[in-house]
Design a protein around this ligand. Sequence first.
Ligand SMILES: *Cc1c(COP(=O)(O)O)cnc(C)c1O
Length: 418
Amino acid sequence: MSPDPSRDPTVAEERPTFVTHLECSMTGRAYEADQVHGLSEAGKPLLVRYDLEALAKAVNKAALAERPGGFWRFREFLPVRKAENVVSLGEVTTPIVRLPRLEAANGGGGALFVKDEGRLPTGSFKARGLALAVAMARELGLEHLAMPTAGNAGAAMAAYAKRAGLRSTIFCPDDAPAVAVSEMAVQGAAVYQVNGLINDCGKLVGEGKAATGWFDLSTLKEPYRIEGKKTMGLELAEQFGWELPDVIFYPTGGGTGLIGMWKAFAELEAIGWIGSKRPRMVAVQSTGCAPIVKAFEEGEEHAPLWPDAHTIAAGIRVPIAVGDFLILRAVRESGGFAIAVTDEAILAGVDEVAKTEGLLLCPEGAATYAAYKQALAAGRVGPQDRCVLYNCATGLKYPLPEVTSRLDRHKPIDYAAL
Ligand SMILES: *Cc1c(COP(=O)(O)O)cnc(C)c1O
């Protein structure tokens, strides 16, 4: 079979982009596009702004429907100006898997879906953000990238940076999932395990900048990972026939995905592709690290550092988030809420979904299922609601229970007892 060049998003073609400027998410101050930017002067994330009127004239739903799958199909909504800077590892549109048995087990009526992001390159939705961040790094002439990671972001950065010919240096907590740590190293990154949490690793990236000249690709500390994660919202809207579901359960660490989806919905409404109806956004955290939940419940705009953060769900073990106010804003504007689940409920969730539906979730994905059950029991979501759970990574990257049944093939086997 010969490869289909139309499937290759790096192939040059007419490729207009519509970025007008960047904007401080706190003060609204404008920043020039096509320059290297980190945080704004106020120390807050920068958001990419587009000429949405021109964008709406350049693409329509029908044209989009003709394109191959994967997040690069949304190119008009993305900041990369030159096709040669696009980095691709064969992205796919991630499937939405319905869970009919669990719908019935939980009372029926509504509909329960998993958006399975584990099918992306490097096995997690971090591929979306990092593909965009790396492509923009290449476009802006950066050569050396660095980041702190709980595992999946580093794996995605290592892969896409290698693909783009850029150097990467990564710091992770020494108890980060072993598969992801090895994955980073084998994909050519310099990886260091640090005796601390992700925010401690982040400090090293900041401190090392002057001596190394590396660029900090930390969550929300550069403007483009949000744009990549935004494609989750675009993709979801398209898959649901431009009629968004009622509730989205999102495992929230740094919150890039939640903020990105919220931005996607606003842009889609501005160009008239969807109406004003929004899903209720639910930020899911672990009871061992729930800064956003605490701030939500206390009516605060910011979430201070959560002390002694611990949870088996490494991706949501983020004790402090620079985009805290953006997460809280999106959750509140949507009429959603923030909710914490225990590690026991997370493990039970992995087990229940795998044993009932044959779908293996990662712990963070299972946290959304545990939160769904908890919210349903408490009447925070209704039995008629159409709910989407985000399974952010493949369950195969995490430690799984040991199998202890053994057979000796040299002895008689009692097949009827198997
Ligand atoms: C990064 C990550 C998260 C958190 O995503 P954010 O968008 O940064 O909040 C959740 N789960 C997994 C598996 C992750 O890798």
